[in-house]
Design a protein around this ligand. Structure first.
Ligand code: SAM
Length: 469
């Protein structure tokens, strides 16, 4: 039985309810008055139910689809402005005991070198990342209780936060590790992690069990209830995601919307972020054998519908996607991207490090990504201030829902961009950035705020750094 407030996976992600939603969406995919009504509702920018969002995704009427894309773009602008937050993944270990069919780290893969970074190697990676200009990381590990116990993750977080190389610092470390216990989540929370990220991979229980035939990840309910345990352990910023291509996209989308709805209704705070990975080639993984893979058109629609359905949630796209795809998706609601990424263990400090977790389609340097973002009219941001000021979970959402967040984000984005320009940018990127900052400064709503920001920009140019940003 469907119950969004239950903490039992099969009740808040109800298979029967998803089938009903999909059937309803199918039958009404050309129902103009009904879809127009949903778009009118969505214009209030307060989000949509899983049912309404799924009907929007199924819409077959082209002018209404155009209206939907335009609305997604408008919502992105109103909540997030033209800022795009940057981060990089940091792979600590590819030891893994799971049998995931789509992932090259699966236990049966005997020919990839298994690597786990020592604390000294982590230092080298973090220094290399700081030298690029990164301030925000996503820590990635395979699941292996012997090689990658929680103590290793905690020790690594300590190392990561402790390194202050030149003007560099990692100010927010998000963590993507396998589902664990409330006690472990509490320890991660106490270690000062940013967002706890865990991709659901697929919401379809039957597909899930086939795709995860062996290992602890096989347990669908334990995996799906992970965010509940994370919340109970005190982590209030959690990041969802589906690996698109594993099951049918409309099922996944409905499941994702139900998961977001469940978190909002049960804990009063929806997901902090949603990531949009698509299945990619990797070592012994052939993406073309996944017949549910989706093309760019459907991908764009999923992203736009998500933006409309959960206006307050950050949306992430990685270097799994090409420059062209990323450029397009940024319009429809993406608010965070990775740049200059390496998906191999030790890949930042060591050019020929072990095998990648998946093929990267955007191989540009961070400097090239920053320049491109600015040329496309976006403001690259390295800001981590909300987290540093304790604006997480419902406090962040409260600000975001009142569109207050832009008052903080715009000046912070400009200041952290200025830091980047001073410390890491190429002369060409710096010249474009200086012009952009001067122009964007004038768009900060209050004159007093503009003045404060101007003072700070001068201090930054004179070498001062403030770790509150
Ligand atoms: N061990 C963690 C867990 O169990 O959730 C996850 C870390 S894994 C390094 C990060 C994510 O990469 C996975 O959750 C999966 O969605 C994604 N991934 C795995 N294989 C992939 C592939 N072939 N193409 C694209 N993404 C993939």
């Amino acid at each position: 039985m469907y119950n969004p407030k239950s903490t039992t996976a099969t009740e808040f992600i109800s298979h029967e309810e998803i089938l009903k939603i999909l059937d309803f969406a199918d039958k009404n995919s050309e129902n103009r008055p009904m879809i127009e009504h949903i778009l009118d509702k969505a214009s209030a920018q307060k989000g949509l139910s899983p049912l309404d969002a799924s009907l929007l995704l199924a819409c077959k009427i082209s002018d209404l689809n155009e209206r939907m894309f335009a609305l997604a773009e408008q919502i992105k602008q109103e909540y997030y402005g033209n800022r795009i937050v940057l981060f990089a993944p940091l792979y600590l270990s590819n030891y893994c005991v799971n049998g995931c069919i789509y992932c090259p780290y699966h236990i049966k893969n005997k020919h990839i070198p298994r690597l786990k970074l020592t604390q000294e190697q982590i230092r080298q990676e973090v220094i290399a990342l700081q030298d690029m200009g990164h301030k925000r990381l996503a820590i990635e590990l395979g699941e292996d209780p012997v090689h990658n116990p929680l103590e290793y993750v905690l020790e690594s977080l300590d190392t990561i936060y402790s390194i202050k190389h030149k003007n560099g610092a990692i100010r927010r470390a998000n963590v993507n590790i396998a589902a664990t216990t409330v006690g472990d989540y509490r320890k991660l929370h106490e270690a000062g992690i940013g967002t706890y990220i865990l991709f659901q991979e697929t919401y379809n229980k039957e597909s899930y069990e086939k795709l995860h035939p062996t290992g602890p990840k096989h347990d669908y309910c334990y995996h799906t209830e992970a965010m509940d345990r994370a919340m109970q352990g005190g982590i209030d910023d959690v990041g969802l995601g589906v690996l698109f291509g594993l099951s049918t996209y409309r099922y996944e989308f409905a499941g994702l919307m139900m998961h977001a709805d469940h978190l909002e209704k049960t804990y009063g705070v929806g997901p902090h972020t949603i990531s949009f990975p698509r299945i990619k080639n990797a070592d012994d993984i052939d993406a073309s054998s996944f017949t549910n893979a989706i093309d760019d058109e459907i991908f764009a629609k999923i992203i736009a519908c998500t933006r409309i359905a959960v206006p307050y949630t950050g949306m992430i796209i990685s270097t799994r996607e090409s420059k062209e795809t990323r450029e397009r998706m940024l319009h429809y609601g993406i608010s965070q991207i990775s740049g200059g990424s390496k998906t191999s263990v030790g890949g930042y400090a060591e050019k020929n490090a072990g095998s990648e977790q998946f093929d990267v389609s955007d191989n540009r340097t961070l400097d090239e990504v920053i320049r491109w973002l600015m040329e496309c009219g976006h403001i690259p941001s390295f800001c981590t201030a909300c987290y540093r000021a304790g604006r997480t979970g419902d406090r962040f959402m409260e600000f975001c829902k009142n569109k207050q967040i832009s008052n903080f984000c715009q000046p912070n984005a400009l200041m952290t961009l200025q830091e980047y320009l001073e410390d890491y940018a190429s002369p060409e990127t710096k010249a474009i950035g200086e012009k952009l900052i001067a122009q964007e400064l004038l768009s900060i709503p209050h004159l007093r705020r503009q003045d404060v920001c101007r003072e700070w920009l001068t201090k930054i140019k004179n070498g001062e750094r403030d770790f509150r940003f």
